[in-house]
Design a protein around this ligand. Structure first.
Ligand code: GLY
Length: 572
């Protein structure tokens, strides 16, 4: 027998075991820490943020480092070529948000995805160069850091450069993502094969070291020149070269003129807590506050967590909020009349509450918008939560839209472009059969931002953050975040239990509720159906990443959703 050990095999095996130890989930027991915490969908992203906190960085610094690290280690959703939202609540009570959602290029038109018969051409809103919005992530992180960061910018980009240059072990989850990406019906571009497959044609095995030299070079340009390292110079040239070659719309001017915006958060109150969420173009903040306002009139604890009656009331509230979302919400710069204040008012909730029948489902009234068939939405967005030693908190969700976005990797730059244009309503005046709404607030226009469901949220008590939460999951994001908040406040769960508990989703249309497959009993399901609801099962809903803070004991608790394979809460 040959006892010689192959060194590279041994090292790979060691990394494999090591990565497994690191990805251990917190399950129903949150991870406690005294000084700071980062919870994200990849353990190396959480680690990068935690290291910055431990070096004296604040929550914004750690968020920047985590976002860049996830752009390397979680390419299905972490990104340079996408966009997102950041909600901040300082220990001093200051709150703000950064909107770095992608924009439509200046040459975009309301009918850009349609053929001569008014039908969507070749799935062009979701696939190919027209599906790409002008990316916002780098500008958003730069802006937040310029205004509120503490450590030098270069220190925050360095962990991502190290991960891209020196490599990190691939995982089972990543292999699964890559298999699905290569099998998807959307075209996979050469640059994508080169960036994500070994030698351009093989999957990386779990534990195998994966290096991304082109991405490392792009990150170095961003490290040196800040936002200009992305929106001008070589990176911008590589993006526009691709766009010209493939008839895309994004120009040098689109990139150079992209600006994120700082906006006041949506603010609501719920049973003695303050709730801060993202304003439009996200629908998340408005919908969550509207639903909480209606639910404030119910004794949810008495109904019992996930009892049939509780799920019925939740469903009716979701139905109301999602109907309002479809009718009213879009980019505020293009919809000056949007009734945001009315939708989040207690008076409006007082009008909706009595319309809910205690024992009977209402029907979703689609008459004024035509009918809609349900299409499963992409779950590939990612959320992370951060708390620093001073007690400042960041809740950040960003996305490429689909898993691996448009599947277009900018050749020579090593990063993926989003397909976020698919979040616009593609056919003016017509509600599509693909589950999208055709209402005016979210039609395409030059430089407009597409409607989002991303819901980074911070709940505070007595002026201090107590729960930092969010999730991926398309429209389910809103309902996942709502249910975690209710689980903590009404059902007195710790943050890990609140995240692990089974969830449901209803989005007004189609008029059907999805239940997670495991965890809601057949008896409950039958009683729920007897009230007139229709249900279907899905395997899982969202991957929430949360932190709670016990100010009395001085302990920060982190919890990574066990629905995420590589997620991890890392504190110190
Ligand atoms: N692309 C997912 C969202 O913005 O809601």
């Amino acid at each position: 027998m040959n006892y010689r050990i192959n060194t590279s095999f041994f090292l790979t095996a060691l990394m494999f075991v090591f990565s497994f130890q690191l990805i251990a989930q917190s399950g129903r027991t949150p991870i406690p820490a005294k000084n700071g915490m980062v919870v994200s969908s990849h353990y190396l992203g959480s680690q990068a943020g935690k290291d910055i906190l431990a070096k004296g960085g604040n929550a914004i610094d750690a968020a920047v480092a985590t976002a860049f690290a996830l752009a390397v280690t979680l390419p299905s959703a972490g990104n340079l070529g996408g966009g997102g939202f950041l909600v901040y609540h300082g220990a001093d009570g200051e709150q703000t948000t950064f909107n770095f959602r992608e924009k439509a290029p200046k040459a975009a038109t309301q009918t850009m995805f349609l053929d001569d018969n008014g039908k969507i051409k070749d799935n062009s809103n979701h696939s190919g160069p027209l599906s790409v919005g002008v990316p916002g992530t780098v500008a958003g992180l730069w802006d937040a850091h310029q205004k509120m960061g503490k450590l030098p910018w270069k220190d925050l980009v360095q962990p991502a450069i190290d991960l891209a240059e020196k490599g990190f072990p691939s995982s089972w989850a990543m292999q699964g993502f890559q298999k699905r990406m290569m099998k998807a019906k959307e075209s996979v571009y050469d640059g994508t094969k080169k960036a994500f497959l070994k030698n351009g044609n093989q999957l990386y095995q779990p534990g195998e070291l994966w290096k991304q030299p082109d991405l490392a070079a792009t990150l170095k340009r961003i490290q040196k020149d800040g936002r200009d390292g992305f929106y001008k110079g070589k990176t911008a040239k590589l993006i526009t070269k691709f766009m010209q070659k493939h008839n895309g719309l994004i120009t040098k001017d689109d990139l150079a003129s992209y600006q994120p915006t700082e906006q006041k958060p949506i603010h609501g109150t719920y049973k003695g807590y303050d709730v801060y969420g993202m304003p439009p173009p996200s629908s998340g903040g408005v919908a969550i506050v509207e639903m909480l306002n209606i639910l404030e009139g119910f004794n949810l604890q008495k109904l019992g967590h996930n009892s049939a009656l509780y799920l019925h009331i939740l469903t009716e509230v979701m139905r109301a909020a999602f109907a309002d979302r479809a009718e009213h919400i879009g980019d505020p710069l293009f919809n000056p009349e949007m009734p945001v204040e009315a939708l989040i008012s207690k008076e409006y909730a007082d009008k909706i509450r009595p319309t809910i029948d205690w024992f009977k489902a209402t029907e979703s009234d689609s008459a004024k918008f035509n009918s809609v068939r349900f299409k499963e939405e992409s779950e590939e967005t990612t959320h992370f939560s951060v708390v620093d030693k001073a007690g400042n908190a960041v809740s950040l969700t960003y996305t490429l839209e689909y898993s691996y976005g448009s599947r277009i990797t900018v050749e020579g730059a090593g990063f993926l472009l989003n397909n976020e244009m698919g979040d616009f309503n593609p056919i003016p005046g017509v509600t599509t059969t693909r589950g999208l709404i055709g209402t005016p607030p979210n039609l395409v226009a030059p430089e407009k931002r597409m409607l989002s469901s991303m819901s980074p949220t911070i709940v505070a008590k007595d002026g201090k953050p107590v729960l930092i939460i969010g999730s991926p999951g398309g429209r389910t994001i809103i309902n996942t975040t709502l249910q975690v908040i209710l689980n903590v406040i009404d059902h007195e769960m710790n943050v890990a239990q609140a995240i692990e508990a089974p969830r449901i989703h209803h989005q007004w249309l189609p008029d059907i509720t999805s239940f997670e497959k495991l965890g809601i009993s057949p008896d409950t399901k039958r009683m729920y159906e007897m009230m007139g609801h229709k249900i279907r099962y899905r395997s899982t809903q969202g991957r929430a990443m949360g932190i709670s803070i016990d100010h009395k004991e001085g302990v920060i608790y982190g919890a990574a959703d066990s629905r995420s394979f590589d997620g991890r809460a890392v504190g110190y």
